[in-house]
Design a protein around this ligand. Structure first.
Ligand code: FAD
Ligand code: MLT
Ligand code: ZN
Length: 456
């Protein structure tokens, strides 16, 4: 497919293809990916190549770009903010990158109906700001909010820090519009609260990682902005102790939005990188946040009475500082190198044992490697980042088979992408993988939509 042209650069497409794409989206919006951020993922671990990055500016242009790609037998990787962490958003096999960057409209929030219509390329932060402007909140939130797009968060069914109370992205999507591989359009943009007319195509496209359709718009649920927020950092002796805190606050109050686990190493590293001080030293930390629409009493303080290390954020600035200790874990870890990243879910009761076991398992394979564990403890979702290990596949195997032994999931919220596809069998049965293949074959028979991710 690739030919080397006079200028020595590889050209994947024929010039006819480039001309057709330019005639469709405009010359400025078709360019060579070489040397751009479009071909390397956020971690730097997945580096692809393409001479075709295309930025359609409308639903119809997305349809026509897919038709052209199909006519030329070319695969397409839909790309939003390119903050994905499993290698699913970059052209690892010379695919055309279809960027949603120009599809970034954010509608006016409908206050009464508590919803907002947005285009796929709108960032998470832009939607949060629009919601806040009318006293509402879009409840999906995580550190990459400034770059991650709504289309990407739907395609990966992103989780974030508020899943405990509001669910994952799938729970926020009231409707969506997408273009399938054959150019047909799926649209549930009426965003009806109840609509039981056949298969849930909206639910199917959530988490499909760009393999079943290109998401172009969505209707998202909004919730009341928090009027009164209590943010508390709790020091714990062990993961078991931390999980007892998570259980206590999670069970006792339905106003808890978040309960995030961090280790001494993760907090001290993030504190060092960001300059944000931790209020105390502990082996493990739980960052708990609860919010209500009206003034709330001292719910969390009462639930956590009797503990020796409890720091309540007395001001919005202090709340933001505590959250920076959590939000900036990923960029801080990245200052030490490119980690092997595992995003796993465990049954809550197994979590403490898993943390011990996975650390030992990594050390048995790579004695000098460092393992940093943190994550969304309330959801049983841990992020295991392994630094300084060369034995990549052996570490993959030991971490993910340990997860499988606990009947956990090899991917809690980031998706499968390219990184985890060969391990999918540890969480999905052969029959389930066959069913997913059948759906993929039915909706994308020519395999033009992100064909190298998700399915082994
Ligand atoms: P991209 O990276 O561009 O793409 C991701 C996947 O979605 C790819 O398979 C791509 O093909 C597909 N895709 C993108 N746009 C579309 C579209 N319009 N239609 C169809 N498919 C599309 N994730 C979490 O879930 N929880 C977290 O807490 C979290 N924290 C993070 C913190 C940091 C610092 C970073 C860097 C990442 C974090 N992530 C987290 C991972 C990442 O931000 C999410 O996976 C996010 O949903 C990706 O959005 P994106 O727009 O960057 O998508
Ligand atoms: C997070 O919760 O910070 C993210 O999912 C990122 C990560 O796993 O590194
Ligand atoms: Zn996460």
């Amino acid at each position: 497919m690739a030919t080397v042209c006079g200028d020595g650069r590889r050209r994947y497409g024929s010039l006819v293809l480039v001309d057709e794409l330019r005639a469709t989206v405009g010359s400025d919006h078709v360019f060579d990916g070489a040397g751009t951020s479009h071909v390397v993922d956020w971690t730097g671990r997945f580096v692809g190549a393409t001479d075709l990055v295309v930025r359609p500016g409308s639903l119809d242009e997305v349809r026509r770009v897919l038709a052209i790609a199909r006519a030329h037998g070319r695969a397409v990787v839909p790309q939003g903010g390119n903050t994905g962490l499993v290698g699913g958003s970059v052209p690892l096999h010379g695919e055309i990158v279809l960027s949603s960057a120009r599809l970034n409209e954010v509608g006016v929030p409908d206050v009464d109906a508590r919803r907002i219509v947005v285009e796929a390329g709108a960032t998470l932060e832009a939607v949060q700001v629009a919601a806040a402007s009318v006293g509402l909140r879009y409840p999906v939130d995580f550190g990459a909010r400034a770059s991650a797009t709504i289309g990407g968060t739907i395609a990966t069914n992103a989780g974030g820090v508020n899943v405990l109370r509001y669910g994952t992205t799938r729970a926020q999507v009231l409707g969506l519009e997408a273009v399938l591989a054959d150019g047909s359009i799926v649209s549930t943009m009426a965003g009806l609260m109840k609509d039981n007319t056949g298969y849930d195509l909206r639910g199917l496209l959530c988490g499909s990682e760009g393999t079943l359709g290109v998401i172009t718009r969505a209707v998202l649920r909004l919730v009341p902005a928090h009027v009164s927020v209590t943010t508390v950092l709790v020091g714990c002796e062990s993961v078991s102790d931390a999980m007892s805190v998570v259980g206590r606050v999670g069970r006792a109050s339905d106003t808890v939005d978040a309960a995030e686990l961090m280790s001494r190493r993760g907090v001290s590293l993030t504190s060092e990188v960001t300059g944000v001080g931790a209020p105390f030293d502990a082996a493990w930390y739980v960052l708990v946040e609860s919010s209500v629409g009206e003034e709330q009493g001292d719910t969390l303080a009462r639930l956590l009475s009797g503990r020796s290390q409890v720091a309540v954020a007395e001001s919005p600035a202090r709340r933001r500082a505590l959250w920076r200790l959590r939000d900036e874990h990923t960029p801080s870890i990245a200052t030490l190198g490119t980690p092997l990243k595992y995003d796993v879910t465990l049954p809550l009761a197994s979590l403490p044992r898993f943390v011990d076991e996975v650390g030992e398992a990594v050390t048995s394979v790579a004695p000098t490697a460092e393992t940093i564990v943190f994550g969304h403890a309330a959801d049983g979702n841990l992020h295991v980042n392994v630094l300084g290990a060369r034995e990549e596949r052996a570490i993959d195997e030991t971490v993910l088979t340990t997860v499988g032994a606990y009947r956990g999931s090899i991917s809690a919220e980031h998706g499968v992408g390219a990184a985890k596809r060969e391990w999918l069998h540890l969480t999905r049965s052969a029959e389930e993988i066959a069913a997913m293949r059948a759906i993929k074959r039915a909706l994308d028979p020519e395999g033009i939509l992100n064909p190298h991710v998700l399915l082994p």
